[in-house]
Ligand binder design. Sequence first.
Ligand SMILES: NC(=O)c1ccc[n+]([C@@H]2O[C@H](COP(=O)([O-])OP(=O)(O)OC[C@H]3O[C@@H](n4cnc5c(N)ncnc54)[C@H](OP(=O)(O)O)[C@@H]3O)[C@@H](O)[C@H]2O)c1
Length: 239
Amino acid sequence: MSVNTEYVWFITGANRGIGLELTKQLLQSPSNAVLAACRNPGQATALQALVPASNGRLHVLPLDVTDRQFVRDAREAATAILGDKGIDYLINNAAINLREWDSAFTLEPDVMQQVFETNVVGPAYITQVFLPLVEKSEKKTVVNVSSELGRFNADFGTRSTSYSIAKAGLNMLTYKQQKERPDIIFISLCPGWLRTDMGGQEAPDDVSVGVEGVIKTVVGLTPADSGKFFNSKGQSLSW
Ligand SMILES: NC(=O)c1ccc[n+]([C@@H]2O[C@H](COP(=O)([O-])OP(=O)(O)OC[C@H]3O[C@@H](n4cnc5c(N)ncnc54)[C@H](OP(=O)(O)O)[C@@H]3O)[C@@H](O)[C@H]2O)c1
């Protein structure tokens, strides 16, 4: 198999929410092919429904981001699909926020560990394993989907503590990645508060609005942007 589009995107957690919307919007341009990873392709009805009209530009891959063997198998599957091509944009999007109201003194250690495993260890290992494919591409860009909840000095009070700590950790991962590999663009990006299962229905913006901004921000990146934290308006944020 091979892919003939100009750009290749690899997205984790592509079966719903922001990952699904990213996939939908990216497929609107014939320049893009998407390798859409999700835990259960057989149950990813909305994602699978996009395949027939994609003219071979959408490939759905199984991937649990917490399972190391799954990650390595997904790299092999991606390599088989891509032939000589690489991955221009690796989007570490999958994440969990299991206890929206946990605080420093109510958090459950096992839950915190699970959140850290999914939101930090998963993206770190995926990027390690997929690096050869990113290196082969033209754009060489890795996006760690983060959150303003992981920022210092952002006033979100005591809630979502495990999630916030994990996103702060993910931001440090971006910083470390960029320090080690200045030839690749690594950014953290907060998509904004959007109406998804995680964002809830009270979020101010439809997921399509935030994702439009995410895509515009990501495709506009230059090497000088590496190691920074952005919002979906393309503005650089303090850590
Ligand atoms: N929505 C917001 O307001 C908001 C704000 C700031 C940042 N974010 C960030 O944006 C990203 C996407 O959020 P969202 O709102 O789209 O969340 P969502 O609607 O809850 O979707 C989360 C996605 O992550 C996947 N996922 C979770 N654990 C996984 C695992 N172990 N392996 C593979 N996939 C896994 C889920 O797959 P399953 O269906 O299999 O569970 C689902 O596809 C996250 O990084 C989140 O932190 C969101």
